[in-house]
Design a protein around this ligand. Structure first.
Ligand code: S3P
Length: 164
């Protein structure tokens, strides 16, 4: 059994839902980097992007990874957190990383009506696909990868528990 568990994956891959269900099942605490940032800044992710820009938000993500610690903690992360080498190093040092892989078509279905994610606001599908492809090698550095496409939360949690 491991200490801290980081859950990574593209927007819409189910990180928050799976993280909460896994935490409940393991008796772990769960924290989300986006929620942590919103609480610290007193602003939504969307507003932070609009007012200060993406690089500022990325600095907040690194700070969140540095600050959030504890024992037996599940940390769900924003989809872009794996872009910075420094962030990947912090996660590797402090715990195990799980990558929730999800087919892009399912991601599009899940995020169809989403209005909370700044990176989806202006982008057409082909740009989102480019973003997805460009991130794959970094997601794949995870300790464990699980394909969540078409699977129930219960099934995913059982699969994860058998891996950890
Ligand atoms: C982002 C994903 C979002 C959030 C922010 C940027 C990204 O989190 O951190 O909008 O760069 O992929 P989710 O992956 O939880 O949607």
């Amino acid at each position: 059994m491991v200490n801290n568990i980081y859950i990574t994956g593209f927007m819409g891959s189910g990180k928050t839902t799976v993280g909460q269900a896994l935490a409940k099942s393991l008796g772990y605490q769960v924290t989300d980097t986006d929620k942590w940032i919103e609480e610290m800044e007193g602003q939504s992710i969307s507003t932070i992007f609009k007012q200060y820009g993406e690089p500022y938000f990325r600095d907040l993500e690194t700070n969140a990874l540095q600050q959030i610690s504890g024992n037996q903690l599940i940390i769900t992360t924003g989809g872009g957190i794996i872009m910075r080498p420094e962030n990947r190093e912090i996660m590797k040092e402090k715990g195990e990383i799980i990558y929730l892989q999800c087919d892009l078509e399912e991601v599009f279905l899940r995020l169809n009506d989403d209005t909370t994610r700044p990176l989806l606001e202006k982008e057409d599908k082909s740009n989102v696909e480019k973003l997805y492809q460009s991130r794959l090698p970094f997601y794949e550095e995870a300790d464990y990868t699980i394909n969540t496409t078409g699977k129930s939360i219960h099934f995913i949690v059982q699969e994860l528990k058998s891996l950890l």
